[in-house]
Write a protein that binds this ligand. Sequence first.
Ligand code: NAD
Ligand code: IPM
Ligand code: MN
Length: 457
Amino acid sequence: MSNKKKIAVIPGDGIGKEEIPQAVRVIEASGAPVDLTYFDWGADRYLKDKTTVPPDGFAMLGRDFDAILAGAFGDPRVPSNIHAKEILLGMRFQMDLYANVRPVRLLDASLCPLKGIEPKDLDFVVIRENTEGVYVDRGSLTGQGTDDEVAIQEDINTAKGVRRIIRYAFEYCLGQKRADGTPRTRVLMCDKSNAMTYAGGLWQRTFKTIAAEYPQIKPEHTYVDALCAALVRDPRPFDVIVTNNMFGDIITDLAAGLQGGLGLAASGNIHPGKTSMFEPVHGSAPPIAGKNIANPMGAILTAAMMLNHLGLQDAAEKIEVLVLEAVRQKKTTSDIGGNLGTMEVGDWIAKQVVPKFVAYIGDPDFHDGAVSKLIRDADQLIVEVTGYSGAHFLVRFTGVESVVSHEPQGLMIYALGEIEARAPSRRFIFTNSREPGQKGGESALEVVARDVSVEKV
Ligand code: NAD
Ligand code: IPM
Ligand code: MN
């Protein structure tokens, strides 16, 4: 049986159709073991045969896949938005993906519209309730077209629903660290209980009860209007924010603005233990669709979030590091100041993510050798390799930051590969498998250094 993760890919509409292929090529280049199946659900399919989701569609996704990667849904040719509602909200509601997890992280200070905000200052997460609230779209309309018309939109909040999302937020706070490795410590509940007393009352009571179970976490509360003002004045105090469906929708677009725009924001629609769905926060952006100008980084970071959720942390981390590197080197689309197209950004990241051989191809003596000696001198490391043909090689690393050795002496060496470039340093690996960085082979020695050279002696 294959141990590949089965992913359903639904690019959807507009820029989703341009970005998801870029996210997919980055996943594939990362070497993550995935098996992809594409679905054409979206406006084109709906306009062709009126299908939004085929019968049994949600059950099939839940049964046959480990995760779903979706683009965006919404098309001016379908003004009712019925297909988006049935596909996107359908997945969230029918598959009971109750936690919409939207991390808000600043990759680089240059992306934030606020003065003096560094990446360490902007690293919070919004946990948005995803199966209730006004999104249930229950209500009524009477007297349509008359002066007495009344439109009622109900806001549904169940004890079970509120309880599980608040508990999810506390568990997230306990289990997830900030990007700098420090623990999360606070959960802030955001509502509008001063005006919406029925729903707000339930959220307030539930929050209080659950917070009492987590004495190590500081519970906080802010009304949603005040929260918006606070977020744009100073986002530093925020850690984990939990809120209802609609407030979560609004706050996360605002928060995306702080991160550098909607083109960078990622999200996961999660029910622990069930097939979960990952999508960028932004929509289908019809005015910029089809022009190769949409920023694919939100979709690529969403793919990393999905891989992380599936237990493929190495690939996920590699992708996140490379998106950051692309931002630093201005290999970006114009919305964040670069001059590359959607495809070119995907191409740059995909090329960087591939493990590169430093020595092996064209040097038959070097592969199939063994490490015979390690000499560490200040910030240099010299690794002596004896090829099985008897030839000796000196692999000289300069600007060494760290060395992780897994008993390399005598271990067979197949290749030296570069598995990550994180300026100004690079990460190298001696491995006895054909694919550096790939699982299955053993890594003999990992070195983070500025440079490397190989000489035959
Ligand atoms: P939108 O997110 O599509 O666009 C808002 C603004 O952000 C636009 O100026 C757009 O050009 C810009 N933008 C968005 N993504 C970008 C990217 N990757 N790169 C560069 N710029 C980007 O929101 P909207 O205009 O309100 O909605 C358009 C359609 O998308 C509607 O049909 C809406 O219902 C739908 N929508 C779908 C989703 C989803 O599928 N998850 C989310 C939001 C909106
Ligand atoms: C989002 C979107 C959706 C939402 C729309 C398309 C229904 O804005 O994912 O944030 O409001 O949830
Ligand atoms: Mn939204």
